[in-house]
Write a protein that binds this ligand. Structure first.
Ligand SMILES: Cc1cc2nc3c(=O)[nH]c(=O)nc-3n(C[C@H](O)[C@H](O)[C@H](O)COP(=O)(O)OP(=O)(O)OC[C@H]3O[C@@H](n4cnc5c(N)ncnc54)[C@H](O)[C@@H]3O)c2cc1C
Length: 492
């Protein structure tokens, strides 16, 4: 039985581990942290619990092809039923009126037109585009040349249904998300629609996301990131997979262009194949003695635009259940820090999730999405990192307490994580967790193998743009299909 080492126990590493053991390989996952999940994680601080990863899961609906993959890897089970959060985002305006973005189209259209009749034409146009994207799903394919016990049939009818959306792709990829939003006249509507994804994406990413919500996908598995990762870990261990935590791979051992194993802080591990799930953009430069000089790797080196965020977790000694799950607070003047500007504050309110805070208290989180890695890196280097985190936290609380006074008066805990925090815990490139697909940019799907070294496979969010959990789980599966193809083993 061939020995396989998987580097990393994030979602792609766990997926690769599970499929590799199922195919009969002798698998060991090596993870530098002491818990599974990688970027998809949550943590506790002084009695409060912060969901620091998953906000929605593509493929959570049983109607989606990817759902089968999530179930195969044990991510979705009876212990994490799917919640379809609705409305998705809400603005409480200056007159106390609520403007909500609903997931299902008729309700979305009606609510938006009622609030902003001046934008009726554009709202209808957007809803028509979103409708076309309700049939646009991430397909699941098998790797050519891999012998699969249960091959996934190519569903031509499903592919045909995607055609109307495909016809919209050129226009939407050549329009930026912000240009698209600027077409709406109503200021609050712009704030609401501008809160769905990061500012730097193209309009396709926005319409695709709304289409996925409208199709009944993108639910939230109860228990969030950690329960889902633990479900996958338990599935992996039950199949006989081995895992070593607190084990950091320093180097992939290669002799005569073939993988021989890995070197870690706890010694050497022999392997016939290695599946690398550390962010590939970082791994290609960190884990190999010789420079990997292959076209796709060089393209990735030049083209990766990273999605980063500053995460702010707040524990408030007050019951904030009067507020909806996701509140968008429009700002008169943008909030600026770390070289970024935010036009609104998007706050997640976990008051209805009892395990997130002590009785009568509330856990809130905020993602300040934007490119701030080099600001924080410089602060680390000049010794001002802690002070700057504190400064940002203070400014943020001052701003947010204009909308939620209890945040100013009853704050018990504040926890700020920067891209440097993500980099430290997961080794991801620039502390990022997805790739930004910008206006006019190409969507890169990178090969997962190298021509120059036999036995190395890559998986993870960076492999296919824009990334995220669906790509992590899918590329884990694909990496094992490449491995099965190369070794003549049946993929189960
Ligand atoms: C705030 C936030 C919100 C998000 N929201 C969503 C969402 O709602 N929906 C969605 O789809 N996605 C979301 N994402 C993105 C998603 O979480 C990630 O894209 C996905 O988890 C990446 O998984 P991965 O396995 O590719 O990589 P990672 O999670 O980075 O896993 C890599 C693993 O490898 C380990 N590792 C790295 N280097 C080494 C080494 N040398 N030796 C040993 N171990 C190593 C790391 O510790 C890590 O555990 C969010 C991410 C963040 C941060």
């Amino acid at each position: 039985m061939s020995k396989v080492v998987v580097i990393g126990a994030g979602i792609s590493g766990l997926s690769a581990g599970i499929y590799a053991v199922r195919a009969g390989f002798d698998v060991t996952i090596l993870e530098q942290h002491n818990i599974p999940g990688g970027l998809s994680t949550s943590w506790s601080r002084k009695g409060y619990y912060f969901e620091g990863g998953m906000h929605w899961l593509t493929g959570s609906s049983p109607k989606m092809p990817l759902n089968k993959v999530w179930r195969e890897v044990g991510a979705l089970q009876d212990n994490n039923p799917i919640e379809l959060r609705d409305p998705l985002y809400n603005i409480i305006d200056e007159n106390g009126k609520v403007l909500s973005l609903y997931r299902f189209l008729p309700q979305m259209e009606k609510a938006l037109i009622e609030y902003a009749p001046e934008d009726k034409h554009m709202i209808k146009k957007m809803c028509r585009a979103v409708k076309d994207f309700t049939n646009f799903h991430m397909p699941v394919f098998d790797t050519r040349g891999c012998k699969c016990r249960n091959p996934v049939p190519v569903n031509l009818v499903e592919l045909m249904k995607m055609l109307p959306a495909v016809l919209r792709v050129p226009y939407l990829t050549n329009t930026s998300y912000m240009e698209y939003i600027a077409k709406f006249k109503n200021k609050n509507l712009r704030h609401l629609l501008g809160s769905v994804i990061g500012y730097r994406y193209n309009a396709l990413s926005f319409i695709y996301t709304l289409g996925s919500f409208a199709s009944g996908d993108c639910g939230y598995p109860e228990g969030g990131s950690i329960r889902m990762a633990n479900n996958m870990l338990e599935t992996y261990k039950a199949l006989g997979g081995k895992i070593e935590f607190r084990t950091k791979v320093e180097n992939v051992r290669v002799e005569d262009y073939m993988v021989k194993g890995v070197v870690t802080n706890k010694g050497d591990f022999d392997a016939d194949a290695v599946i690398v799930t550390q962010d590939a953009r970082a791994a290609v430069d960190n884990l190999f003695d010789t420079m990997i000089d292959e076209p796709w790797v060089n393209t990735m080196r030049h083209e990766a635009v990273t999605e980063q965020n500053i995460f702010i977790g707040m524990g408030v000694k007050a019951d904030l259940s009067r507020l909806p799950y996701c509140c968008v607070f429009p700002l008169e003047k943008p909030f600026e820090y770390a070289g970024c500007k935010w036009n609104e504050l998007r706050i997640y309110n976990y008051s209805k999730y009892k395990e997130h805070a002590p009785e009568g208290c509330t856990s809130l989180t905020c993602l300040l999405i934007g490119e701030s890695y080099y600001f924080w890196k410089a602060a680390k280097n000049d010794g001002t990192y802690k002070d700057k985190k504190k400064e940002l936290g203070d400014l943020f609380i001052k701003e947010l307490s204009k909308f939620i006074p209890e945040v100013g008066s009853d704050l018990e805990v504040i926890d700020v994580a920067t891209p440097c925090t993500y980099e430290r815990y997961t080794g991801s490139y620039e502390g990022s967790w997805m790739s930004v697909w910008e206006k006019g940019g190409k969507q890169y799907n990178y090969p997962q193998t190298l021509d120059s070294i036999w036995g190395v496979y890559f998986a993870g969010q960076r492999i296919q743009m824009p990334g995220g959990l669906p790509i992590a789980v899918y590329t884990g599966r694909q990496a094992v299909q490449f491995l099965c193809r190369d070794t003549g083993v049946e993929f189960v």
